[in-house]
Design a protein around this ligand. Structure first.
Ligand SMILES: Nc1ncnc2c1ncn2[C@@H]1O[C@H](COP(=O)(O)OP(=O)(O)OP(=O)(O)O)[C@@H](O)[C@H]1O
Length: 480
């Protein structure tokens, strides 16, 4: 991440020595710990070590690429801000993977800095995460939950209200009939993990329930590690002793037959014992074609809840909530602009907003439309390129087997008019074109026709699950 600062003075020229630098780092750590909470801090931020300073650039070292990428994506902007606050002349904060031969970093400890080399992890496997305090052997499985992902911070709208209601229900009454397993699915970055963590946080609050959350990838690594260390029995016992097991991104198990098998047995043991299972994936159980049939069948026999792609309205609500939480004033015009431009997923939308907010905080400038276009130049360009109306028309025409020319023809037969409406709907969702512009691309139709098509398709998607699946499928194909 690069911070542009006009002043040419060398960073840390005011800090006399390493000790001062360490003090700065400790202050930053204390702030971060307050902001992100104990668990998150211990999990990720204690792994950062101070690297060398070169002129106006400070390097922070992480033991693995995985950790570096994670810290960069989750805390990169904040680290920049905090270092900048410590020293105004700082231009760059560089996150790097520690390599043999690097200067010995200063590992960050709660009780103060200590000089010793950080121990790099052997590979890119996510490191074991610390656990909330549940005082028994099961706590080994309880992955630190992201404290930001709660029901309170989840913005509810049409596309996710069903999944939200199901999640709430499971958090209130785990293992109730019809909701076990709870299977949440939807495209990338639409809030599946957020909802799972929210359920976990709610359950842990009651203190009566042991909750294990892990990604399917982690599940596999744990399983393989248990095989290697000949401790599969302990692993199985641990898994089978929790009250609630949450596995995120199950699609990762496609093609991993042995791990699937293990998961299947764990799943059966837990459900048979009346424990709750919550699973997320990018597709519905029936569409996860690389999973064993018997597992897909079992996954689909509880509650299956789809998180649909965001609507413009939901994107605006999310932006409003996040802007408000940040304390930075983001004009409605800017939010509308972002919600029009970044339609793919909430993670990207949030990332864009965070960048704007970090920029506003760093330079003390208000957020304006012009600043937004400048700061988010690269993101906006990538989104502009993403999909064209012509591509949408072609894909939709192919899907329903109609002629491409019918996208702009005057024919009103339903088998032609409906796909045309879907194409208009997708054009509105996936491109930043205005209603009149879209209308023009569909045989010079009026913008009110496009508006009607958008609301008609939304309505039908709510009423007809098969139709909604078709439209979602098309959207995903176009976005990939
Ligand atoms: N409805 C929402 N309200 C508030 N924040 C949201 C909402 N939906 C998603 N987010 C935020 O968007 C980001 C991505 O969400 P999340 O990680 O839960 O997505 P996901 O569906 O699990 O993605 P993936 O498929 O990549 O695992 C998170 O920061 C999350 O808090």
């Amino acid at each position: 991440m690069t911070i542009g600062v006009d002043d040419d003075e060398s960073a840390f020229s005011g800090l006399e020595n390493d000790r001062e630098l360490e003090k700065s780092w400790l202050r930053i750590c204390a702030r971060l710990k307050d902001e992100v909470g104990e668990v998150e801090y211990r999990t990720w931020l204690t792994k950062i070590a101070l690297g060398p300073i070169d002129g106006d650039e400070i390097t922070l070292l992480l033991p693995t690429r995985f950790l570096r990428d994670w810290v960069r994506s989750q805390y990169g902007d904040r680290l920049s801000e905090l270092w900048h606050q410590e020293n105004q002349t700082l231009r760059r904060v560089e996150l790097q993977v520690a390599r043999p031969g690097d200067p010995a970093p200063v590992p960050l400890r709660e009780d103060g800095p200590a000089r010793a080399a950080a121990t790099p992890f052997q590979d890119d496997t996510p490191p074991p995460r610390p656990t909330p305090s549940i005082p028994d052997s099961r706590s080994d499985l309880v992955t630190a939950l992201d404290t930001r992902f709660t029901f309170d911070t989840f913005v509810v709208g049409k596309p996710n209200e069903f999944a939200y209601a199901c999640a709430r229900r499971v958090a209130e009454k785990p293992s109730s009939a019809g909701f076990n397993p709870l299977f949440l699915y939807g495209g990338v970055g639409l809030g599946k993990t957020h909802l799972m963590h929210a359920i976990g946080a709610e359950l842990i609050k009651t203190g009566q329930v042991s909750v294990a959350y892990m990604s399917a990838e982690k599940f596999m690594y744990r399983f393989i590690a248990a095989i290697r260390s000949q401790s599969t029995i302990e692993f199985k016992e641990q898994l089978r002793s929790v009250d609630v097991l949450m596995i995120d991104d199950l699609q990762f198990l496609i093609g991993k037959d042995n791990t699937q098998e293990e998961f299947f047995h764990t799943f059966n043991a837990l459900v048979d014992a009346g424990r709750q299972i919550i699973v997320s994936a990018d597709k519905s159980p029936s569409d996860l074609s690389g999973l064993e049939d018997r597992l897909r069948t079992r996954l689909g026999c509880g509650m299956v809840a789809d998180i649909h792609a965001t609507t413009f309205e939901l994107r605006i609500s999310i932006l409003e909530a996040k802007a408000q939480a940040s304390g930075v004033v983001v004009p409605t015009k800017v939010m509308e602009f972002l919600a029009h431009k970044i339609t793919s997923n909430v993670r990207e939308l949030e990332g864009a907003l965070n960048r704007l907010i970090a920029h506003a905080n760093l330079f003390g400038r208000p957020v304006t439309l012009e600043a937004t276009q400048e700061v988010l130049h690269d993101i906006l360009k990538a989104h502009d390129r993403r999909v064209t109306i012509e591509e949408i028309q072609k894909k939709v025409a192919e899907h329903w087997n109609i002629r491409l020319t019918d996208m702009s023809s005057a024919r009103r037969a339903r088998n032609v008019a409906r796909p045309r409406q879907v194409a208009m709907y997708l054009a509105k969702q996936l491109t930043s074109r205005s209603l009149p512009e879209i209308g023009r691309k569909f045989g010079n139709r009026d913008h009110t026709t496009v508006m009607h098509a958008v609301s008609r398709v939304s309505e039908l998607m709510e009423r007809d699950a098969a139709f909604a699946e078709d439209v979602e499928l098309l959207r995903r194909m176009l976005e990939s």
